[in-house]
Structures are given as C-alpha cells and as structure tokens.
Design a protein around this ligand. Sequence first.
Ligand code: EAX
Length: 323
Amino acid sequence: MQLTKLVLGLGLATGLMTTALAQTTMRISISVAQNSHQGVAIDTFAKEVEKRTGGRYKVQTFYNGALGGERESIEAVQLGTQELAFSSTGPVPNFVPETKILDVPFLFRDKAHARAVLDGPIGQDLLSKFDAKGFKALAWAENGFRHMTNSKRDVREPADLKGLKMRTMENPVHIAAYKGFGIITTPMAFPEVFTALQQGTVDGQENPLPVIISAKFDQVQKHLSLTGHVYSPCIFLMNKAAFDKLSAQDKQAFLDAAKEGAKVNRARVDEDDAKGVADLRAKGMTVIDDLDKSKFVAALAPVNAQFEKEFGKANLDKIRNYK
Ligand code: EAX
C-alpha cells in the first residue's frame, strides 16, 4: 500500500516535471484594459496557442501597459526581452516605416474596406516587411475608427479644432495630419493619457469608441465628435528569433491563434461601435454624431497633397480603390 503510493507519487512527480520542462511560457501585452477589444484578442490568442500546441506553449497576458506603453512593448519584442505584443500601429512606423501609409486619414471607407485590405495582398505584403526588423508579424487586427474627444467644446466643424491641445500617438502621419487641422499636438504614450486629460495637461485626445469606453475617458472628457478621421489597425507581433525556433507545426499554431484573436477582436469592435454612443451619452458625454465629414476631408487637402507626394498617389489609390 505504502509502496504503491510512493511509486504513484513518484510517477506523478516525474510526469509533472516532464510537463514543466517541456512547457515554454511567453508574454504578451496590451496598453488598454483586459475588458476591451484588445483584451479579448490576447486572451483568445493565449487560449488558442495553449490548445493548439497541446499545452507546450503558454502565453501570459498583461494589460493596462503593465509592461510599458506600445512603443516600449514593441521595442522589447524586437530585442527579445518580451516574446509577443499586441499593439495599435501608432508607434509601428518608427520600426517598420512601410506601415505608415495605413494611418493616412480618410483612407478607408469603412471597417469592411480596411479589413479586406489588411487581409488581402496589400496587408499581407506589409506583414512580411517586419521580418527584416526582427519581428514576425502574425496577423492584423484592429482598434477601429478614431474619433475626437475634448474637455473644452463641441466640435462640429474643422475650425472648432483650432487651438485645441490634443494628445496624439507617437505616429508621424497622425501628427502631420492633426497639425493640418490646427490642433496643438502633444505625442504621449497611452498609459499617461488619462492623467494628462484629468489634470488638463491636454484638452483632448482621439481614439476609437472601444478605447474611449474601456479607458473610461468619459470621466475626464465631456465632448465627443464622431470624426472617424482615421482607421487604426492593430497587429500581433512576435520576436523573430522566438518564432523561428518553433517547429513548422507550432508556427502554424501561433499564426492560427493570432487569426482567431483577430476574429474576436473585430467582433468586439463592432459590438462596441454599435452601443458605444448610447453608452457614452448615458455617462454624460455630449456626442456629435451628425457632422459633415466632407468638411474635415477638405480641411486636410494640403496635408493630403503632402501624403500623396510621400507615399505615391498610385499606392494610396490602390488602397482607396481596393475591392
Ligand atoms: O491601442 O495609443 C493609443 O491611442 C492607442 O489607440 C491605444 O493605446 C490602443
């Protein structure tokens, strides 16, 4: 009896040890809360990786910029001190300049258009550009269409933006465009934004509804305008060396897990977009949802001319006209 127990115990311990040894734990992070379109993306990814690799790979999830802002996380992935990150494309052009074109304002008609471009040859070609920079880009996902919020006034016309001090992402295309609106731009990492809004360091910021809701910006911002001025993609990034070490089968498991993550992420963005305005109104925000977008497009004509020179009109048109 005692002996059987001992043998069983030993067997169990050895079994556990083997599992422990064979299991590799990786880390993935986001800069927003777990209860968000990004949280469901990385939670699903982690679950799918574990399932698809028979538990040999485990992905630990970090939220709210616990491992740093998006730029810091991407840097860590490039260096290999963190295996994975999920980020908006905000800081990405600082690492892979080719991605800059995706953040051009008023480039995409709607989410279906953006998703088709990202999942089609243009988006897939852009994913391959990460290889040379120390990343494996696993899949595109999304943040959504960005809208403006501020604490000063209702924004109905581009002229209403003039002189507003707004936090922007650390993205050169955004900064150039918002300057074109007459905004005083203050680039800042996301984890600092709530406090900056609360303390009045900046008057406003711009983000998709899923981010505005999950970050509770309604607590520190009164006015929301559905400008939809730019589509904000997200991306699953992995350290290239960590990816290359995987077996062919595990590589596929990681790629498929990222696709699953993107699927639930996009579904959650749709959900948040559908109920977001009513939610935020109920929380006390004034929402301008009937502004004349063509006026905002027209206000950016000079900046757009600059973008056409920088990216090539043909390349922009290829995206604009993608069906
Ligand atoms: O990715 O920095 C930003 O405004 C981003 O949209 C946010 O962190 C979500």
